[in-house]
Design a protein around this ligand. Structure first.
Ligand code: HEC
Length: 161
């Protein structure tokens, strides 16, 4: 797309630049031919660096089991085993914790925002070091904590006898 744009611009530029060499064409009126405008090509903003906005991870039973164990060691002491944030530590540190068991809590937060908070920390939340959870593990943690608001899947009804 961009390539053909530049090709087209180059052709147009060549056409303008070579016009005076052909001498006065029959269509030309008495007006002096204006010098070909040597406008520089429009400045094209460099494309932004690629940002991972969507969770690139497809959860597997194994990766979610790993996420659960990381969560229980590094996160549950503040956020709670079930993600409701009602923990003794949060209370004693006077932390304002979100309740992730409510589906509305994280509904408007994008995965990349959560990723950035987990990786960099926020306020009194400590950053998660890459040595403790690599990027893939953090993306899996996000899937894990989002699942706190999902009711456990209802057991399928027993087959009719
Ligand atoms: C020391 C307590 C503490 C620990 C440990 C902790 N958090 Fe947090 N977390 C917080 C606090 C406090 C906030 C609110 C930060 C703010 O908005 O100022 C927060 C916010 C978040 C948020 C942003 C969404 C929200 O509810 O505000 C995510 C996501 C999150 N934590 C995930 C994690 C994960 C994953 C871990 C483990 C790797 C973890 N946290 C460990 C205290 C903690």
């Amino acid at each position: 797309m961009l390539k053909s744009f530049w090709l087209l611009s180059a052709l147009v530029f060549l056409a303008i630049a070579s016009a005076p060499l052909q001498g006065g064409s029959p269509q030309q009126t008495g007006k002096p031919t204006p010098a070909p405008a040597l406008t520089p090509p429009p400045a094209v903003a460099p494309p932004p660096p690629p940002v991972q906005t969507k969770n690139p991870v497809k959860p597997t039973a194994e990766s979610q089991a790993k996420a659960k164990s990381i969560y229980q060691i590094d996160c549950a002491l503040c956020h709670g085993d079930n993600g409701n944030g009602k923990t003794d530590l949060a209370a004693s540190m006077e932390l304002t914790m979100d309740d992730w068991t409510d589906p509305k809590t994280l509904a408007n937060k994008q995965d990349w925002e959560l990723f950035s908070i987990i990786r960099n920390g926020k306020g009194k939340m400590p950053p998660e070091d890459p040595g403790r959870a690599n990027d893939t593990e953090v993306w899996n943690l996000i899937i894990y904590i989002r699942a706190f608001s999902k009711a456990p899947a209802a057991a399928p009804p027993p087959p009719a006898q």
